[in-house]
Design a protein around this ligand. Structure first.
Ligand SMILES: Cc1cc2nc3c(=O)[nH]c(=O)nc-3n(C[C@H](O)[C@H](O)[C@H](O)COP(=O)(O)OP(=O)(O)OC[C@H]3O[C@@H](n4cnc5c(N)ncnc54)[C@H](O)[C@@H]3O)c2cc1C
Ligand SMILES: Cc1cc2nc3c(=O)[nH]c(=O)nc-3n(C[C@H](O)[C@H](O)[C@H](O)COP(=O)(O)O)c2cc1C
Length: 567
C-alpha cells in the first residue's frame, strides 16, 4: 500500500493521463515490480484505437459444440462485412493475451449446475482468481443456456460482471439466450458489428436481456419398462417406452428432458423433522405452492450446492465447513430453530434441474406417438448406505400405465449423416441409446451408408444392452460392423478404445472416405480415453503430428462429421 502522500501524488499525475497512458503506466509499474505478465501487469501497450478498431476477437467456451458452431458462423458473418475477426477457443486461450486485445467478445454456455464448460474452466478461474487490469478492453458476452436450469446462463453472467469489475468496458449488454438461440445470436452479432464499426466508447447499460421461450411439454404414459441387465448384474439399466396421444416432434440424436420428483420418503422425513405444515403456502421466485409440493416437485433437496449450504449456515448460525450434501442430512446434523425458520430456508433452495436422456427410438421405425429412453440407475454411497440418483431412481420406479411429463431437447450437433454416408458409432453403456435410434432409423429408411458400432460394458452375459436387436441388425446388415468390449470378462480390462486401436487402419480408412464419427456415453474417463485413442489413430495412420491430428478431428467436428454427446 502507498502512504497517503504518495497516493495523492500518483492520483494527481494519473489524473492527467489519457486512457492509453494509464494502461501503459500500469504495465510499466507492474513491470518494475516484476509481476508476471497479464496479472496486473504487462509493459505491452495495446495498439492504438485507429490500428485496431476493426479487429476483434470472438472467443467461445463450449461443452457440446453449440457455442463453437455459433462463434464460427458469426465470425463468418462479420468477416464478410470486412472486419477482421480472430476466433479463439477459450480452452486454448492464454489469459495473459487479454492485455493485447481491444475488442473481446465471448460466447459461452453454462453447464452442470451453473458451471463453466470443463475446457473453459481454466480461463474462467484465471479471470476470477487474478486481479487483472482490463481498462483497455471493450467487451460483450453472449451467454448460451437453458432456462429450465435453475442457474440460467450463470457462466456468461459471471464473465460479464467479472470483466466489468476488472475495469473492462461493456460495449454491448449481456445477452442471455435460451435453447433456440440462433436468431437472437444473429441479431447480437449485428449489434457487435455496429458498435465495433463505430468504435464507440460509450458504456452501455448492463441490463441483461433474456430471450423468453416456451418449451413444448408432452404428457406421456409408460407403455413398457424393462431392466436390460441380467439379474446377475450389479447394474440396472431401464429401457422405458412412453406413448403419447399427440404426435411428438423429434429426430434421432435428440434427447428427452424430464423434471424428476424427489423421493417421497425423504420429503416426508423432512416435513416431520422440521414440523412444517405441509399445506402451508410458500412463495418462491418462480413458484408459489404448498411446502409439500415445493419439496416434492420443484426444489433440489438431494445434493445442495455449496452456496446453498453456506447460505443455510448463515441463516441458522451454524459453523458448517464448505460442503455439498442433501437437505435431510443437513437438517439432521445442523438443526434449525423451528418450523418458521424452515419456511425461510425453503426460499433459498434452488429449483430442481431437468435431466436429459438420449432418445433410443426412431420416429420412422416406432412412429411419432411412441418414444424410448435407456436409463442407467445411478448409484452412490453415503456412509456405506446405497443411494440412487434422483431422476434415474425416479424413472426406475415407473410401472406400465404411469404418467409423466417430458420435453424434447434438440441436439443440433448430433444428427444422422446423409443416407449414403458411412458412420462409426462409439457408445459403451447407455451411450448405445442414440445409436439404437440411428440404427432403427437407417433400417426403416433403407439408408445405404455402412454402419459400424463399438459397444462395451462389464460382462457379455449380463450387460450386453439390446443384444438381440443388435444381432438382428447384423443379420439384416443394417449393422455392417460390430466390435464389442466386455471389460470384466477378461483378466486384462478391455474397453472400446482398445477395440478401436485394434482396428486403427480400417477406422482411419473409413474417416478418410468420409465417414461420420459419433461418441456417446460417460464423459469421464470413457470419452477422454476414446478421444485420445482417436487422435493416436489419426496421428499414426495419417502420418500426422499431434497438432495436425487435433486439427483433423476439429475440422471433422466443424464440418458436422464428428459429434459427441457425453455426460
Ligand atoms: C445429453 C445427455 C444425454 C444423456 N443421456 C443419458 C442416457 O441415455 N442414459 C442415462 O442413463 N443417462 C443419460 N444422461 C445422464 C442423465 O441426464 C443424468 O445425469 C443421470 O441419469 C443421473 O441423474 P440422477 O438424477 O439419477 O442422479 P443425480 O441425483 O443427479 O446424482 C448424480 C450424481 O451426483 C452425486 N450425488 C448426488 N447426490 C449426492 C449426495 N447427496 N451426496 C454425494 N453425492 C451425490 C452422485 O455421484 C450421483 O451419482 C445424459 C445426460 C446428458 C447431458
Ligand atoms: C448437463 C447439462 C447441464 C446444464 N446446465 C445448465 C445450467 O446450469 N444453466 C444453463 O443456463 N444451461 C445449462 N445447460 C444448457 C446448456 O448451456 C445449453 O444446452 C447450451 O446451448 C450448450 O452450449 P455448448 O454446446 O456450447 O456447451 C446445461 C446442459 C447440460 C447438458
Amino acid at each position: 500500500m502507498l502512504s497517503e502522500a504518495k497516493f495523492n501524488i500518483l492520483k494527481q499525475i494519473s489524473g492527467e493521463f489519457s486512457r492509453d497512458e494509464t494502461i501503459w503506466a500500469s504495465g510499466y509499474l507492474a513491470g518494475l515490480a516484476g509481476a508476471p505478465v497479464g496479472i496486473a501487469s504487462s509493459p505491452q501497450v495495446p495498439h492504438s484505437q485507429s490500428e485496431t478498431s476493426r479487429k476483434i476477437t470472438l472467443a467461445y467456451g463450449t461443452e457440446t459444440g453449440n457455442s463453437k458452431k455459433l462463434a464460427t458462423e458469426l465470425a463468418g458473418i462479420i468477416k464478410k462485412k470486412g472486419i477482421q475477426v480472430k476466433l479463439a477457443d477459450l480452452s486454448q486461450y492464454k489469459p495473459k493475451d487479454l492485455i493485447k486485445e481491444e475488442f473481446f467478445f465471448v460466447i459461452i454456455s453454462t453447464q452442470g449446475e451453473g458451471e463453466p464448460p470443463i475446457l473453459a474452466k481454466k480461463f474462467y478461474d484465471h479471470i476470477h482468481e487474478n486481479e487483472l487490469i482490463l481498462n483497455h478492453l471493450k467487451f460483450g458476452v453472449l451467454a448460451l443456456g437453458d432456462s429450465s436450469y435453475p442457474q440460467f446462463c450463470k457462466t456468461g453472467e459471471d464473465i460479464d460482471s467479472r470483466f466489468e469489475i476488472l475495469g473492462a468496458e461493456r460495449i454491448i449488454p449481456l445477452k442471455k439466450c435460451d435453447i433456440d438461440y440462433e436468431e437472437e445470436a444473429r441479431h447480437w452479432i449485428e449489434h457487435v458489428f455496429e458498435v465495433t464499426a463505430k468504435a464507440s466508447s460509450k458504456p452501455q447499460l448492463s441490463s441483461a436481456s433474456k430471450v423468453a421461450t416456451g418449451r413444448k411439454k408432452y404428457q406421456g404414459k409408460v407403455s413398457g419398462i424393462i431392466n436390460l441387465n441380467d439379474i446377475t448384474s450389479d447394474k440396472e439399466t431401464y429401457h422405458i417406452e412412453i406413448e403419447t396421444d399427440e404426435s411428438i416432434s423429434y429426430q434421432p440424436g435428440d434427447a428427452l428432458g424430464i423434471l424428476p420428483f424427489n423421493p417421497r420418503n425423504v420429503v416426508d422425513e423432512i416435513i416431520s423433522l422440521t414440523g412444517i405444515d405441509p399445506e402451508k403456502q410458500i412463495e418462491t421466485p418462480k413458484v408459489t405452492a404448498s411446502a409439500d409440493e415445493l419439496l416434492y416437485k420443484h426444489l433440489n433437496i438431494s445434493y445442495l450446492l455449496k452456496t446453498t449450504v453456506a447460505h443455510y449456515a448463515q441463516m441458522t448460525g451454524h459453523h458448517i465447513p464448505e460442503t455439498r450434501l442433501g437437505l435431510l442430512d443437513l437438517l439432521r446434523i445442523y438443526p434449525i430453530k423451528n418450523a418458521e425458520q424452515f419456511e425461510e430456508i425453503i426460499t433459498i433452495l434452488t429449483y430442481q434441474a431437468p435431466r436429459l436422456y438420449s432418445i433410443s427410438s426412431s420416429p420412422e421405425a416406432h412412429g411419432d406417438t411412441e418414444i424410448h429412453i435407456t436409463v442407467a440407475k445411478s448409484e452412490y454411497y453415503i456412509d456405506d448406505q446405497k443411494q440412487n440418483g434422483v431422476c434415474s431412481g425416479f424413472l426406475s420406479q415407473f410401472r406400465e400405465g404411469d404418467h409423466l411429463e417430458f420435453y424434447i431437447q434438440q441436439a443440433k450437433h448430433f444428427k444422422l449423416p446423409q443416407p449414403d454416408k458411412d458412420m462409426i458409432m462409439i457408445g459403451p453403456g447407455t451411450g448405445i441409446a442414440p445409436f439404437r435410434s440411428f440404427l432403427w432409423e437407417r433400417d426403416a429408411t433403407g439408408a445405404e451408408g455402412r454402419n459400424w458400432l463399438f459397444f462395451g460394458d462389464r460382462n457379455f452375459i449380463s450387460d450386453f444392452l439390446y443384444q438381440s436387436e443388435i444381432q438382428d441388425f447384423l443379420k439384416t446388415e443394417t449393422l455392417t460392423h460390430l466390435d464389442v468390449a466386455f471389460s470384466r470378462d477378461t483378466t486384462q480390462k478391455i474397453y472400446v478404445q482398445h477395440k478401436l486401436e485394434q482396428k486403427a487402419q480400417e477406422v482411419f480408412q473409413w474417416l478418410e472416405a468420409g465417414a461420420s464419427l459419433y461418441l456417446c456415453g460417460t464423459k469421464d474417463p470413457m470419452s477422454k480415453d476414446v478421444e485420445e485413442t482417436l487422435l493416436n489413430i489419426i496421428q499414426n495412420q495419417g502420418k500426422r503430428n499431434k497438432e495436425e491430428a487435433r486439427i483433423y478431428l476439429e475440422e471433422m467436428e466443424l464440418n458436422g462429421r464428428y459429434a459427441k454427446d457425453v455426460y
